[in-house]
Design a protein around this ligand. Structure first.
Ligand SMILES: Nc1ncnc2c1ncn2[C@@H]1O[C@H](COP(=O)(O)OP(=O)(O)OP(=O)(O)O)[C@@H](O)[C@H]1O
Ligand SMILES: Cc1ncsc1CCO
Ligand SMILES: [Mg+2]
Length: 276
């Protein structure tokens, strides 16, 4: 991996500037997310400097999208009334030109979940963020997962991510030991985080919400790269302070809140993989 030719908007300095733009702008982020992730996602968004709202009623999602700066749709604990809210919110975001992020939680685990994720992916998400199993499954490739935790490495999902980006028109972020962002042509790798992170539930969901906050202040590709670098740096910083996964979400919020450019540069790295 080489970052000799990385554009400044995709650099660590670019990520620090994007974080400053989130803190300055305090974007209102509309979340349709799962019961498990709601509190940690809201706390992570507050810690990063955004303003979260958890709004899923079919009766109000379109009106809320109209006042929000970005939307995240996470299918973690889906049921039909929620899915209808997801449909309406995502269509409204696309119609109003507001960025929305799809987190296809557990895609591949059941036909219903896979079908809903595939349907929503056609509603013009700016970014799709998932773990390796979810991205492999949503791309239509064989080898998707069983539940909400990944059974594959992010390295094994890079080709699926590229295919999904081309098919959906979205920027695709696939996370794991190394995070990757692709628009079907460019491929960027982000190093950071810690192996303890998957041992604490919904940190990926809160990451997708963070990606939405960055998409409110930057174009999708830059937003995804910056959000992953910021989150990876804060995750590594937090993991160094805890004895186990229990306090990781709280330490992650503290690390996001305090994150400065020097810590970001020390704890995360961004490299342009393609074009080489
Ligand atoms: N082995 C690892 N080493 C370093 N960081 C990791 C590792 N695995 C995951 N992460 C980090 O954890 C965060 C969440 O990514 P992950 O792929 O675990 O999401 P997820 O499976 O969707 O999580 P969840 O469904 O529990 O919300 C990302 O910032 C990612 O970089
Ligand atoms: C554990 C769990 N189950 C449905 S959503 C969720 C949060 C992590 O994806
Ligand atoms: Mg997830």
């Amino acid at each position: 991996m080489s970052n000799q030719t990385i554009p400044s908007s995709l650099s660590i300095e670019g990520a620090a500037e994007a974080l400053a733009a989130v803190r300055d702008g305090r974007p209102l982020v509309h979340n349709i997310t799962n019961y498990v992730a709601m509190t940690v996602s809201a706390n992570v968004l507050l810690a990063v400097g955004a303003s979260p709202a958890m709004i899923h009623a079919v009766e109000e999602v379109e009106d809320f999208v109209a006042i929000a700066s970005a939307l995240v749709v996470n299918i973690g604990t889906l049921s039909e009334p929620w899915v209808e809210g997801m449909r309406r919110a995502s269509r409204q975001a696309a119609a109003l030109g507001k960025p929305w992020v799809l987190d296809p939680v557990g895609c591949g685990a059941t036909p219903y979940r896979t079908g809903v994720a595939a349907e929503l992916s056609k509603n013009g998400p700016a970014i799709i963020r998932g773990n390796a199993s979810e991205i492999i499954s949503l791309s239509g490739a064989a080898g998707g997962g069983k539940g909400v935790d990944s059974t594959a490495s992010s390295d094994a999902a890079v080709e699926a991510a590229r295919a999904l980006a081309r098919a959906s028109g979205a920027v695709v972020a696939v996370t794991g030991a190394i995070d990757y962002v692709t628009d079907g042509e460019r491929l960027v790798a982000i190093e950071g985080g810690d192996a303890l992170m998957p041992a604490s539930t919904a940190l990926g969901c809160a990451l997708s919400a963070t990606v939405a906050a960055f998409a409110a202040v930057r174009p999708p590709f830059e937003a995804a790269v910056a959000a992953l670098a910021v989150y990876g740096a804060a995750g590594a910083e937090a993991a160094a302070r805890v004895k186990g996964p229990g306090h990781l979400p709280a330490e992650l919020c503290d690390a996001l809140y305090a994150l400065d450019a020097a810590t970001l540069a020390r704890r995360a790295a961004i490299s342009l993989v393609e074009p080489a």
